[in-house]
Design a protein around this ligand. Structure first.
Ligand code: AHG
Ligand code: MN
Ligand code: MN
Length: 338
């Protein structure tokens, strides 16, 4: 894209508001504020050891995970940036047990913001790509915001996206009309549109799964991976490659860029949990993006975006990416002898 034709995030959002009437001004403000918060988080991420942001915070979140300093910093940045603008009624985060209602001293807006402030925490200290994932819902239930306000199916999202802090800092967004990518221009301090009409190829030769859990998988997942590993000589008739970054943002970003399938399935380690990833602020926004790019996303049984959540930090099995692969894995779950 030539410099003279560069389109900024602000320009993109205003044009969407004007032409497609998809983005009311409060939603536009919300997305701009989230993008600005991501810039601040990117600065902390980049400072690393120089900014004293590495290592643990010495606390645990509601999921019983040890919080890293950057988990806490990113959470605070997102709250501080968003609470006063008048566009939100409340926020929910991986790093907060309960929801955060916008304090009474600020005007109340009509949107709800959910986020995983720092995805890929195990990669912070080893200088591997990490990110921020966000999802936007409308506050529609007519009473003061509480946890139940956030329990909406992913199909109700009005916007979703993520920012990946990698070799480049990239913001990926959908407002329900395709997927667009912006790259942070650090000299200008602005987000520049670098990819629109993002499309995931329907077929792929690349899968992403944590192979160390193989012995715990259910038979349909074991079958799918076994068949892929058998390569050209096996039932798939082609060789596969494997990638696992252990940051969902980075794995999904690769899939949006060149295709692939990502699995974090149910497994026997903790059989009562449906999966590891969280529905409301990890699986739902990523599923919205993937579907908007022509891919598919299920929990093995049903479309993730159709799941009616029953609790804020609910977990879910995730199979997403290139459509034909996701449909294959889902068919193996539905009909194990197929
Ligand atoms: P988070 O850092 O927000 O807790 O999320 C980590 C998630 C996800 O990003 C990644 O795909 C997965 O956990 C990695 O799990 P393993 O440690 O099993 O590889
Ligand atoms: Mn995460
Ligand atoms: Mn996280």
């Amino acid at each position: 894209m030539s410099k003279t034709k560069a389109i900024s995030l602000t320009q993109y959002l205003i044009e969407q508001q004007r032409e497609a009437e998809l983005i009311p001004s409060q939603l536009r403000l919300l997305i701009e504020v989230v993008a600005r918060a991501c810039k601040r988080i990117a600065i902390s991420v980049n400072k690393g050891a120089l900014g004293d942001v590495l290592g643990t915070a010495g606390t645990e979140n509601v999921q019983g995970e040890v919080q890293k300093k950057l988990d806490v910093i990113a959470n605070e940045v997102l709250i501080e940036a968003n609470e006063w603008g008048g566009h939100l009624a409340g926020m929910a985060s991986e790093e907060m047990d309960d929801i955060y209602a916008v304090p009474n001293r600020y005007p109340q807006g009509e949107y709800l913001l959910l986020f995983d402030p720092l995805d890929g925490s195990s990669n912070i200290d080893v200088n591997v790509s990490i990110g921020t994932i966000f999802s936007v819902l409308k506050h529609t239930d007519g009473h003061a915001v509480d946890a139940s306000s956030f329990l909406q199916a992913g199909s109700k999202q009005v916007a979703a996206g993520y920012c990946v802090y990698g070799p480049q800092t990239t913001l990926v967004l959908t407002v329900g009309k395709g997927v667009v990518m912006f790259t942070l221009d650090r000299e200008q301090g602005s987000w520049v549109l670098t990819q629109d009409k993002v499309k995931i190829p329907e077929d792929t030769k690349e899968f992403a799964i944590n192979m160390s859990n193989m012995r715990h998988w259910a038979p349909p997942v074991k079958r799918y991976i076994d068949e892929n590993l058998a390569g050209k000589e096996g039932p798939r008739g082609k060789d596969f490659n494997m990638r696992w970054v252990a940051s969902m943002v980075a794995d999904v970003h690769r899939i949006l860029t060149r295709g692939g399938v990502f699995l974090y399935p149910w497994d026997k380690r903790e059989p009562d949990k449906p999966g590891k990833l969280r529905l409301l602020y990890e699986a739902n926004p990523m599923s919205f993006l993937v579907e908007q790019a022509g891919g598919a996303s299920t929990n093995g049984i049903q479309r993730i975006l159709d799941i009616e959540p029953i609790k804020l930090h609910e977990r879910v099995a995730v199979i997403l990416g290139s459509k034909n692969e996701v449909e294959r894995v889902t068919a193996y779950h539905r009909d194990p002898v197929a």
